[in-house]
Design a protein around this ligand. Sequence first.
Ligand code: SF4
Length: 267
Amino acid sequence: MSKDLLYKDAANIYKALMHPARLEIIEILRNGEECVCHITAILGYRQAYISQQLSVLRDAGIVDVRREGWNIYYQIAIPQILEVIDIVKRISGFGEKQINLNPINCVCPKCRTVVEKKSNTRRISMNDISKEQTKNWHLLPICSKEAENLDIVFTCDGAASVGQVGNQVAIELTNAGGQARMCCTTAVGAGSEAHVNIGKNARRVIVINGCANRCASKIMEQHDIKIDHEFTIATMDVQKIPTLNFDEADVRRISAEIAETAGLKKP
Ligand code: SF4
């Protein structure tokens, strides 16, 4: 190999290292393989930004990637890179300072375990959770890419009988194991880019309002999310009363009705 090419490879590695976020990512991977959602939660940047930085590191050959189901995992491909970073850290006076890990926002099973390990408070441990409890953990959409193949269900989750029925119906449709998945309407209303994009990229959007006020639908309209199917619980033989209690029979009946109309898997 020519001297120029050797220097080019070395320069590519230096270039990939010349970014604070990429150095932070390498610090996280120092302890072993991590999934993208975990890295995102720890660093607090948007997932798209983290993916962009990871792709620079991958192109430079510094990290390897593997996919497992819906999760993408990264690991250090050149362990010697850590020695280089340690030398630079000593030169720059970074010393033994550690980055502040804060994985609390991440809901993946691995992060929950990390939270358990890093705090002495009793939170949640994978050992305490049965397979039955975890079987639906991966049902909720975590990104707009995933939503492309899903029917996303938004409800108003109103504090009235009809709002609560609508919410429970969405849970039933999600847990049915088809392509319907519930997503956070309030997050869309709050302008969360990730949730708005889930709605915009969804294969279909199904909105369940409690009453004629159409609160969930209005939130979608305000964020230019196209609604494919809209249902209103108060028009489906459920009276709007100021209670959080609801009749399970109504939930079963309406879940089946919505599944039939929207072509979803029946709960
Ligand atoms: S649609 Fe009706 S039930 Fe739902 S949040 Fe609005 S007012 Fe409450």
